[in-house]
Design a protein around this ligand. Structure first.
Ligand code: PEP
Ligand code: MG
Length: 892
């Protein structure tokens, strides 16, 4: 097996084998760019190591060959006492991955070659400083010596000399420090710092392989859903030095602005410095324009290379470079990370520059990015000072008074105050407070912590793991540095950046939402140039997605107001109107009367009272959706939602009896509630079961729909209602409801003298429905997958309880990478969907297929629904644009 590739031998498409960094170094070498020579040890070697606990034998030989070649090319030798070759050893997985061991510089230095470096560089101080850095870095990362020991020794050396900064230490001080560092290594590992350069290289390689499985790396992979079995490559690169003299330096640059997407090049440069100095932010960096002033030749060369790379990759590149004594080297490039706004702008810019097609542009943006752009944001032009930072756990901008417990959050919210719930971490007991809060801030836990998972589920702004924040719940205060936040203090949290501010910041609505609601002209009218360009980019990409996508996008909307919004967002119909929502609130008692009626007459009277209300609801809805399909689902309440609370009622009756009051009515009510009480209402008398058990209930709704349709037709409208039956598990259920429905529709048609045809279909939200779809399709004219219930019933966990109860734990353990209620479980629930699609179409080739569970708005799930061949997805109005984009991306 070939485990080692010279840079000349690879290319950018070999990321699986060579890792991202290695593949790009190889590509640049092939382009003839000034990359320091080197070679790559493959991810395959890493996988071998992880499996067998040792490196493959042939790797040693191949590394020898590659090293010899490197020595020939550079004309220098590793460990030589004259002008020695030094290399850096860098990890590089397919996906960039914090948590893994990063880099060891200056490999090849030892007690002899350090003298060679003195000679070659002409600087004794430089050479000993390089050696000092090697022992420190190598000791810490490869030999796992506690880094504090080195840091302490360095501080001691400075203190002994009475200086404060590293640069004030001279060559002799550094020589002394090298001895101290070597002693530290010996003390902690029981053996001396390895003097053999080849041993240094081998140990560093193994340490990088090993770090693939560090806790942090594993956690990161789980969070980002990167497979565990990829392994990392190792890059061995000839050292070049940016810290030799003032004609040397190091920098990073971007071919476009990764923050806003503006054209032009951006970057930082540090004279006489090494890479780590830039990151550490010790000294002020120069802009690229200033770089041009200090080193016009290198600058010109860099600009040429930036253009070359951008043209080659046809995307924003970020580039790390070093200048050694006036000679420019490129150390790394990759297609650069960018903000959501930059992604949209850059994608359309590249189309305009004719570097990519519109289809490719669609591939450069995502629904998640669009979602980020749709949240309200803090006004960036306002003066603001960051108090502290955490993880951007759930996007949005929230302002409110600090509270430290759930009860206070609920109480303050009830009196009309916005609050931010601040906790060390949250647990299921905090749920009510989280619901009441405008935002959630925790000092511990990451993107998969309870707070983050629950907040994202609720669409609530959250910043998690703000580690510098010391939260004292008992004292009701939180400290960040000098600042102490007390209960009632107003703060702002930015869930898109993780920033926390100790003041109320002004919030501005998203320009993208304004565009969606009011159209492009209104949105760009008063916008600044950047905003206008962003909105235009979104418009173009969404428009393109609309032209290429195969699936339609409908919305879940229960009222005419929601329906209006959905239409503006681009919905092509309503995929789910949940009629039970029309009866929560003041109308609840009307349903209560129907359910509790103890004689047929009482029930009829209760139903008759409902009819005009329902009819008006549907007239409004069908007016709002004129010309578009409108799927109305018959009642599907878990019954308890419509009945008075049992415990409360019991107390009420008991108290009234004690006082000797008339309790006749309440006692009857209680008896009925007791009779209907269910331990598992979600698996109980709901959906079609209720419709078949309570005579007249579905009939009333069907009549209301038919009459509303007649009214709209008579008014010259174009109503397209569809009647959908929930929670069907057997063909017979649908037969019974279907027969009754057809009868009523016919009756109304005749009575009103209009012709109408109203398709009847069913939700597929029980495994049995999916498995018997071939039968159900005999009656159903359409299927709509209720993936919320289908997930609940397939996994057997309650959608109302489990997310808070144990999902955080399940995510941490890696049982899920994401909540199956958020992103469709393809293997299990998805399999049922596929079966129902195939079997249903076999029975009825023109069966319309859609999905109306929450997954209809989730990007990954949308791609799955496209793949299995659904006709449409239906999601909440605000997710409609995201679904449009993703349905387009699924094709492009
Ligand atoms: C579903 O179960 O996926 C669905 C859309 O219905 P509901 O969420 O109303 O149960
Ligand atoms: Mg359901």
């Amino acid at each position: 097996n070939k485990f080692v590739y010279a840079f000349e031998e690879g290319d950018k498409d070999q990321k699986d084998l060579l890792g991202g960094k290695g593949a790009n170094l190889a590509e640049m070498t092939r382009l003839g760019l000034p990359v320091p020579p080197g070679f790559i040890i493959t991810t395959e070697a890493c996988r071998y190591y992880l499996q067998h606990g040792r490196i493959p034998d042939s790797l040693r030989v191949q590394v020898t060959m590659a090293l010899r070649r490197l020595e020939d090319v550079t004309g220098r030798r590793l460990g030589d006492a004259v002008d020695p070759l030094l290399v850096s050893v860098r990890s590089g997985a397919k996906f960039s991955m914090p948590g893994m061991m990063d880099t060891v510089l200056n490999v090849g230095l030892n007690d002899f070659s350090v003298e060679g470096l003195v000679e070659a560089s002409g600087s004794e101080r430089f050479a000993w400083d390089s050696y000092r850095r090697l022992i420190q870095m190598f000791g810490k990362t490869v030999l796992e010596v506690d880094g504090e020991a080195f840091a302490q020794a360095l501080d001691d050396a400075k203190e002994a000399k009475g200086v404060t900064s590293d640069v004030e230490l001279d060559a002799d001080d550094l020589k002394g420090l090298v001895e101290t560092f070597k002693a530290i290594v010996e003390k902690h590992t029981g053996r001396g710092f390895p003097q053999d350069p080849r041993e240094q290289l081998d140990l560093a390689t193994e340490a990088i392989f090993h770090s693939w499985n560090s806790d942090r790396a594993r956690l990161y992979r789980r969070r980002e859903r990167i497979p565990d079995d990829l392994g990392t490559a190792v890059n061995v690169v000839t050292m070049v030095f940016g810290n030799l003299d003032d004609r040397s330096g190091t920098g990073v640059c971007f071919t476009r602005d990764p923050a806003t997407g503006k054209t032009g090049s951006y970057g930082d440069y540090l004279v006489n410095a090494q890479g780590e100095d830039v990151v550490a932010g010790i000294r002020n960096t120069l802009s690229l324009d200033d770089f041009k002033k200090v080193d016009p030749d290198s600058h010109k060369e860099l600009r040429r290379i930036m253009r070359r790379l951008e043209t080659h990759y046809r995307d924003l590149c970020d580039i790390e470079f070093t200048v050694e004594k006036g000679k420019l080297y490129i150390l790394q490039t990759r297609v650069g990370k960018r903000t959501a706004a930059a992604a949209f702008r850059i994608a359309t810019q590249l189309v305009d520059e004719q570097l990519i097609t519109m289809n490719e542009a669609l591939d450069r943006v995502s629904g998640e990015q669009l979602a980020l752009l749709m949240f309200p944001q803090f006004d960036k032009s306002a003066d603001r000072e960051v108090l502290t930072r955490g993880m951007a756990a759930s996007p949005g901008a929230a302002v409110g008074a600090v509270v430290f417990d759930s009860a206070t959050a609920v109480a303050w919210k009830a009196r009309g105050e916005d609050v931010i719930l601040v906790r060390k971490e949250t647990n299921p007991d905090d749920l009510e407070g989280m619901i009441a809060a405008a935002g959630i801030l925790t000092s511990r836990g990451g993107k998969t912590s309870h707070a983050a998972v629950v907040a994202r589920g609720m669409g609530k702004t959250a910043v998690c793991g703000a580690e510098q924040l010391v939260v004292d719940v008992t004292a009701k205060e939180a400290r960040a540095g000098e600042v102490t936040l007390r209960e009632g203090d107003v703060i702002s949290i930015d869930g898109s950046t993780g920033e926390v501010f100790a003041e109320a910041l002004p919030v501005v609505p998203s320009p993208v939402v304004q565009y969606l609601e009011e159209g492009i002209d209104a949105a760009v009218a008063d916008a600044d140039k950047d905003t206008a360009e962003l909105v235009r980019a979104v418009d173009r990409l969404l428009g393109h997605a609309d032209t290429v996508r195969r699936m339609e996008v409908r919305a879940n909307a229960d009222t005419a107001t929601d329906a209006d919004r959905a239409r503006r967002m681009g919905a092509q119909g309503i995929g789910l109107c949940r009629t039970e929502h029309m009866f929560l609130g003041p109308r609840r008692e009307l349903i209560e009367r129907v359910v509790l009626a103890d004689t047929p007459d009482a029930r009829s009277a209760a139903l008759d009272a409902l009819l005009p209300l329902q009819r008006d609801d549907f007239v409004e809805l069908l007016t709002a959706m004129d010309g578009l399909p409108t799927t109305i689902r018959l009642l599907d309440p878990p019954l308890h939602e419509f009945l008075p609370d049992r415990a409360e009622l019991m107390v009420k009756v008991a108290l009234a009896e004690e006082r000797g009051e008339d309790v006749e009515h309440d006692r009857k009510l209680l008896a009925a509630v007791n009779r209907l009480h269910e331990e598992n209402p979600m698996l109980g008398l709901r959906g079609v079961r209720l419709g078949l058990t309570v005579p007249g209930l579905f009939a009333l709704q069907v009549r209301a729909i038919a009459e509303a349709t007649a009214i709209r037709l008579e008014a010259g409208g174009h109503p397209h209602p569809e009647i959908m039956v929930p929670l069907v598990g057997s063909l017979m259920e649908l037969h019974l409801v279907g027969d009754e429905t057809e009868g009523i529709v016919e009756e109304v048609s005749e009575a009103e003298g209009v012709t109408m045809s109203i398709p009847i279909g069913t939700m597929i939200e029980l495994p049995r429905a999916a498995l018997t779809a071939f039968r159900i399709a005999e009656v159903a004219q359409f299927f709509s997958f209720g993936t919320n219930d289908l997930t609940q019933t397939t996994w057997g966990f309650s959608r109302d309880d489990v997310e808070a109860a144990f999902f955080a734990d399940y995510l941490k353990k890696g049982i899920f990478t994401v909540s199956p209620f958020e992103s469709l479980d393809r293997d299990g629930v998805g399999r049922l969907v596929r079966i129902a699609v195939e079997d249903g179409r076999r029975t009825r080739p023109d069966l319309t297929l859609g999905i109306c569970g929450e997954h209809g708005g989730d990007p990954e799930s949308i791609h799955f629904f496209h793949d299995v061949g659904l006709d449409y997805v239906s999601c909440s109005p605000f997710r409609v644009p995201i679904a449009r984009l993703e349905a387009g991306r699924a094709v492009a």
